[in-house]
Design a protein around this ligand. Structure first.
Ligand code: MN
Ligand code: MN
Length: 296
């Protein structure tokens, strides 16, 4: 039993090491004039070259966007000189996932906002150990972000990680909630504070470029059947529209979307009042007396 857990934790560590390298190199490509698509493709191909697999499409969310933005296949958008960019990367080895994000401030005007989520993440990491409650983590994150003069995003949170599940229980809030769960030794969780100068809430906006398979169901259309077979390869993990065979894709995708309970879509989440948003995220393994950051 103990040996098996060690092997699993080693896979999390390998995924985390690859992720940290990819994140560092990719951050250097985030510059005004470079395209979002080239950065996303760099992240995903570099992940594979290093021996990992993308656990979800590279998220590149800018300014008031907080999460779930990824370029389309023919995306022409380039980074602007004032963009505040959240780069959120997932890498898995054999289904064991590392999940980590950084904020890149191209304007140089959002130092305080970027610091707020970074420091909140570090303060949370300091208290995480076997027996810590998610209530305490949420409280530390909320207090740290508020002390920097910003608001935490209340409806985005950290989460557990399990094999082929990039959003497993428990939810780890970015604010103090009344109800929580106790984290135990060898749990693997992602901590991800979001800070904003807006109201502190995200809403869905625009079309989704990211989907995941909830459950395969019989479909009649030949194109939809073929697409479903393709999608099964992701084992329930989120995938991008641009990863799929493009021939008659819209038609097939629509048929799957119209079959209830097959696909989940992930529309872009943006700050409700169009406030700027920063994010910092690491994946950690809970230890008896502290935690091990695997994506550092
Ligand atoms: Mn993430
Ligand atoms: Mn996450």
């Amino acid at each position: 039993m103990g040996e098996e857990i060690e092997l699993i934790l080693e896979k999390y560590r390998s995924a985390g090491r690859i992720l940290a390298e990819v994140r560092k190199e990719a951050s250097e490509h985030i510059k005004a004039g470079n395209s979002l698509l080239e950065v996303a493709e760099f992240v995903e191909s570099n992940t594979r070259e290093k021996g990992g697999e993308p656990a979800f499409p590279c998220n590149i969310s800018r300014n008031e966007e907080a999460a779930h933005a990824t370029p389309s296949i023919d995306d022409k958008v380039v980074f602007g000189k004032n963009d505040l960019v959240k780069l959120d990367i997932g890498v898995h080895i054999d289904g064991y996932i590392g999940d980590s994000a950084v904020t890149v401030d191209l304007s140089g005007n959002y130092d305080g906002l970027v610091k707020a989520s970074e420091v909140a993440l570090n303060e949370a990491i300091k208290i995480i150990r076997d027996g810590v409650s998610t209530i305490e983590i949420g409280e530390v994150i909320e207090n740290t972000i508020r002390a920097h003069g910003y608001k935490p995003v209340v409806n985005l949170s950290g989460h557990g990680l399990s094999r082929y599940n990039s959003h497993a229980p428990p939810t780890i809030p970015n604010v103090k909630y009344e109800h929580g769960l106790i984290l135990k030794e060898n749990d693997v969780v992602a901590i991800e504070p979001f800070a904003t100068d807006g109201g502190g809430k995200v809403v869905e906006s625009g079309n989704a470029e990211i989907y995941s398979l909830i459950k395969p169901k019989p479909v009649r259309m030949r194109e939809a059947k073929k697409l479903l077979e393709e999608i099964k390869n992701y084992q329930g993990l989120p995938f991008a529209k641009r990863w799929l065979p493009q021939d008659r894709l819209e038609l097939a995708l629509r048929a799957l979307e119209n079959t209830k309970g097959v696909l989940r879509d992930y529309p872009v989440l943006r700050e409700e009042e169009k406030g700027m948003v920063s994010q910092a995220e690491h994946t950690v393994i809970i230890k008896r007396d502290d935690c091990e950051v695997v994506t550092k």
